[in-house]
Design a protein around this ligand. Structure first.
Ligand SMILES: CC(C)(COP(=O)(O)OP(=O)(O)OC[C@H]1O[C@@H](n2cnc3c(N)ncnc32)[C@H](O)[C@@H]1OP(=O)(O)O)[C@@H](O)C(=O)NCCC(=O)NCCS
Length: 172
């Protein structure tokens, strides 16, 4: 299989991204639900946020990975912060695609977007995601008890955040 093409998500990708986030093996780690109509996620996915990138990884006709940030509008005082979400299709997990997407987002945040803090929630039992985030400098900031229903049980979540390792300075 050729490596997936990574590019910006376009509004026309919304249905394919939505299908990815409804896939067994992907939705469980997120707050998405099984067996929901794709249309239930379209409005959110078609929204354009000019303050944050959304990336897709495309293989053939399918979106096999998606990672994006969202801004904290309308709070000007949180304009240095972005939230982050990611999902990879089961067949492509564990092959470095999540890492590649995350590195692309972090480059945008650190070097182009003026982002100082990136924050996310992850289910406390999602070892793979937690390992990926830790390897990229995210640190745990707190634990939320019984945060979300997951396959018949309420699971804790961790809030994690990464602060810019060397915030930009004025040159010259
Ligand atoms: C979590 C997820 C985004 C990781 O992406 P991925 O493409 O599978 O991960 P990668 O192959 O890029 O691996 C990156 C790192 O994750 C960790 N990792 C990968 N596979 C792992 C496993 N089986 N167990 C523990 N850690 C693992 C490692 O730290 C790895 O780095 P390394 O290969 O240098 O050791 C992906 O598996 C996924 O979408 N899962 C379902 C949805 C989800 O949980 N989203 C996150 C919501 S917070």
């Amino acid at each position: 299989m050729d490596a997936p093409l990574i590019r910006s998500a376009e509004p026309s990708d919304a249905a394919a991204i939505s299908a990815l986030f409804g896939t067994v093996g992907t939705f469980e780690g997120t707050l998405q639900l099984p067996d929901m109509p794709v249309a239930s996620r379209l409005e959110f996915l078609q929204k354009i946020d000019t303050q944050a990138p959304k990336l897709v990884a495309v293989a053939g006709d399918a979106v096999v990975g998606m990672a994006g940030m969202h801004s904290m509008q309308p709070s000007l005082r949180r304009s240095h912060v972005r939230g982050l979400g990611i999902g990879i299709a089961p067949a492509w997990q564990g092959q470095g695609l999540g890492l590649e997407l995350m590195e692309r987002l972090l480059d945008w945040a650190d070097n182009w977007g003026g982002v100082l803090r990136i924050e996310l929630h992850v289910h406390a039992d999602n070892e793979r995601a937690i390992a990926l985030y830790r390897s990229l400098g995210f640190a745990e900031e707190g634990r939320h008890r019984g945060y979300a229903l997951k396959n018949g049980r309420y699971v804790d979540s961790l809030s994690m955040a990464r602060l810019h390792p060397s915030p930009p300075r004025i040159v010259g």
